[in-house]
Design a protein around this ligand. Sequence first.
Ligand code: ASP
Length: 321
Amino acid sequence: MVNGQTGIVVGSANARIGLGAAVEVLRNGGSAMDAAIAAVRLVEDNLEDNGVGTGGIPNILGQVELDATVMDGRTLAAGSVGAIKGYPNPIDIARKVMEVTPHVMLVGEGAELFARKHGFQQAELLTDEARDSWKSRLDGLDAADGSVYEDQYQLFMGAVRDWQKMLHEEIYGTTNVIARDASGDIACAVSTSGWGFKWPGRLGDSPIIGAGNYADNRFGSAACTGRGEMAIRAASAYSVVSNMRHGMNLEEALRTSMTDLRHMVDPFAERSNVMNIVAMDREGNVLAASTSDESKYVFQTVEMDCYEEQPRLHVPLQTGQ
Ligand code: ASP
């Protein structure tokens, strides 16, 4: 006997275009993992979304580098790829890493080699729009040979000093999807192109299990978007699940993990530092929190014809905001 809400999917607002596909998988008796991945794949393929997959904002060299993770809450199996170039659906590669290797995480060239060996199709991920955006910010750079020049480092550090100005423009974006199937199994999938104009090889929270993604059937699941460095330092996704393990309800768990972020000393922090967490408890209840009072999340059950969008619980980074 499975308790609670089964057949449910929850995600960051940009996952809305994928929720219908995920719910269809669940209606047809598919697994939570199949459902979460079906949704994320559609976001990766959405050219309008410039924070995930094809169309993602490139790194400082003009290369689109993607990160993705999956975690299976029944087995605690996980797979991840980081800083992978040339493959439009890193979420499928992350799943393959989970299924056929003794590893959890492959990055860079090793991840690309793995993808090639397993027959994943390559594609050009840099759209004209993303190229223009890169050019307008970092004009005059010659990234033709893909090497990292000293002047680019200076430019990057300039961008870092300025990053808060770009934060609410196109610089960030990630998608999170958590699903619970008819057996009560929970799975979580996360995919991103990361911090726009990032340093090559920079990994955010999305490819790191415990930071941007965590799932455990016994307690629930959580996944993050926003400034990944914060979620890495606070192990935010795991922290929400751990809070539930220790008896907190979903809202308390989210509030506690969000307020933990206030303790970080961060010379790069600005008022616009942003963190969002979407979560599900072990019974399939869903909720999300954000440091912003504008952020939304979406969910859909197999009984619903369409997704519903809800405001996130607002937990500002500074008290008094
Ligand atoms: N968390 C992602 C990262 O830091 C970006 C995002 O969620 O917008 O790479």
